[in-house]
Design a protein around this ligand. Structure first.
Ligand SMILES: [Zn+2]
Length: 200
């Protein structure tokens, strides 16, 4: 079985469309409800490439052209993911940012440096130049900055850990009545409450 076939069989994260930093954190999820098992959708360089392709619209132009991801790219994204999960946890708990996790995010955030330049001989433009030449590391930087924005901006007050039993996802409460990461989690909680009432 080829690696591609294997990664196509991996269940996809049930929640996407949160800030990039949370979409990265949410690549670890529980599949199969309360008795389900944890899934990590980011275990191979191929899966990293797929995740980045799926989020292409959220990234600045000019980073689409890139070769295959390497194991070291994967390791960097996984390290950032762990740091962002820890910082999301502490944010929800009202605790200060952990030093180690913040250092990982800050180091990655510096990779997002870019500036516009004039293109000689052209009236169009500008051309965007990146300080980091490896597009994967530049993308890592963009995800890290998304985390800094989320954890320091007004949206941090709406950051939530889904409270449904067996769920590990984070989301930004987009409207006042949103309690769960996805409708599936809400349904599971309602069903559990219903059974609880009838048993009791
Ligand atoms: Zn949930």
């Amino acid at each position: 079985m080829s690696a591609t076939t294997e990664s196509e069989r991996t269940p996809r994260p049930p929640l996407v469309g949160e800030p990039l930093a949370l979409d990265l954190v949410n690549t670890v999820f529980i599949h199969g409800g309360l008795r389900g098992s944890p899934v990590d959708a980011l275990t191979t360089p191929t899966e990293l490439g797929r995740w980045l392709d799926e989020h292409a619209e959220a990234f600045p132009d000019g980073l689409a052209a890139r070769g295959p991801a390497t194991p070291s790219h994967l390791a960097e994204f996984r390290r950032l993911r762990e740091a962002l999960r820890e910082l999301s946890r502490s944010c929800v708990a009202g605790e200060p940012h952990g030093e180690e996790a913040a250092a990982v995010v800050n180091r990655a955030a510096r990779l997002s440096q870019r500036w516009p330049e004039l293109a000689p001989g052209e009236t169009a433009g500008p051309v965007v130049r990146w300080a980091e030449e490896d597009p994967y590391l530049a993308l890592l930087g963009v995800v890290a900055v998304s985390g800094v924005d989320l954890l320091t901006g007004p949206r941090r007050r709406d950051l939530r850990a889904c409270a449904a039993p067996g769920c590990v996802l984070y989301f930004v409460r987009s409207h006042r009545r949103r309690e769960w990461c996805t409708p599936a989690c809400g349904n599971r909680v309602r069903v559990a409450r219903h059974h609880g009432r009838h048993r009791g």
